[in-house]
Write a protein that binds this ligand. Structure first.
Ligand code: ZN
Length: 404
């Protein structure tokens, strides 16, 4: 099999500080060699001189709503499934062009995520690796509350949550989304019981799927961890006990602080009334502490829901963590690559190392020096997924005519 040899790369491997003059060899869908030395090309190899441009892992947006296109004059939540699916395809392709080679669903409408993932995986359409979510399972406030009229699934009691989780998995979900407690833009939500959380999580785990919960409040997050919820969305008001439990339980946390930051900075923005400034300020102080202790944070926010955060703006969230929350650029990149890759559940994703899948981005400039570079589409030179260029183009490549 012919190889692609990337020379003179500024290597950001997803974990360590950048290394200049690196050589990375890709064969098929995998990275086969990473070295600071030279690699002699073989006849037929493609040689790409990056001239100091950065090669970094494809990024992961870990809280992703492909079917949300509800800001501005786009499509409402209640639009026909076909229309939502077409917009979802356009959305994931924006993610791919921005350097996000994987997205993890955080709630869909109908079965858009599952069907879209199927179309991407089979090569019918081009898109990032999509880990499909269920529709959100939302607790009824009273048993006789009507279940109709909303695009999520209303449930009452452990049996109902279990049955709904199973139905969603049968429709293609790999992750079951739960509305576990209010907070973080959710103004009213009955708190799910431990038994409800556990019933949904057990059902998911028995079928090779996982659960994720929208949850705020220390006691509420703790309850989710104890009930087996795999992914914690937001976790506003996490305390030290929660931090320890997140680390001990190897849970992923999506703080999603970009839309709260926008709301906090501009109270006139659409959606601002949904967020509380105190929540944001608490997390602004707490997330750096939790990060230093070793909590696995992953970026991802409600892009596509508010005008203020349209699809495509994903890397502005990384800049928010650096500039507003005090996270180092290297840590923010690690969240989006190493931790994000782990969170997908796909083995061998998230870092640039021999043996890993070749999901990579060529960037003009070093994002560990200036995180804002990632927002500039003109500087995302090429996006590579499983060894194939899926967006942009390689800098001038040449074919080795003979062994060099
Ligand atoms: Zn969300």
């Amino acid at each position: 099999m012919s190889r692609t040899v990337f020379r003179n790369a500024n290597l950001l491997d997803g974990d360590n500080p950048s290394r200049p003059n690196a050589t990375i060899v890709v064969e098929g869908e995998r990275i086969t060699e990473v070295t600071s030395g030279a690699v002699a090309p073989r006849a037929g190899d493609t040689v790409v001189d990056l001239h100091g441009m950065t090669l970094m892992p494809g990024m992961v947006s870990g809280h992703y709503h492909a079917a949300y296109s509800v800001g501005g004059d786009k499509v409402p939540m209640g639009a026909p499934p076909t229309q939502l699916a077409l917009y979802a395809l356009a959305n994931v392709q924006k993610a791919l062009r921005a350097g996000y080679t994987s997205v993890v669903g955080a709630g869909t409408f109908h079965d858009v995520d599952g069907r879209l993932a199927e179309a991407i995986d089979s090569g019918v359409v081009t898109g990032p690796r999509l880990i499909p979510s269920s529709r959100a399972l939302s607790p009824k406030v009273t048993e006789d509350e009507p279940a109709e009229g909303v695009p999520w699934v209303k449930c009452w009691g452990p049996d109902d949550f279990r049955d709904a989780a199973i139905r969603e998995i049968e429709r293609g979900a790999k992750i079951v989304k739960l509305f576990a407690a209010q907070g973080h833009a959710m103004r009213s939500c009955r708190e799910m019981t431990y038994d409800e959380l556990k019933a949904a999580s057990d059902a998911a785990h028995a079928r090779g799927a996982r659960t994720r919960a929208h949850v705020c409040g220390a006691a509420q997050v703790m309850k989710c961890i104890e009930a087996g919820v795999d992914i914690i969305d937001h976790a506003d008001w996490m305390d030290d006990e929660v931090i320890e439990a997140l680390i001990a339980g190897n849970r992923f946390v999506l703080p999603s602080m970009y839309t709260p930051w926008l709301s906090s900075a501009d109270p006139t923005s659409d959606g601002a009334e949904y967020y509380d400034k105190e929540d944001f300020e608490y997390m602004r102080a707490k997330v750096p502490v939790a990060n230093a202790r070793g909590v696995k944070f992953v970026p991802g926010d409600d892009f596509g829901f508010f005008d203020m955060a349209p699809h495509g703006d994903y890397s502005k969230e990384l800049a928010c963590y650096v500039e507003q929350v005090g996270i180092s650029p290297l840590d923010a990149i690690r969240w989006a690559t190493k931790f994000g890759g782990e969170m997908t559940g796909i083995p061998d994703l998230g870092t640039i190392e021999a043996g890993k899948l070749a999901d990579m981005v060529i960037v003009d400039g070093d994002p560990s020096v200036d995180i804002n570079i990632l927002q500039d589409q003109a500087r995302i030179i090429a996006v590579i997924k499983g060894g194939a260029v899926v967006s942009g183009a390689l800098p001038v490549a040449r074919r080795a005519m003979a062994a060099e």
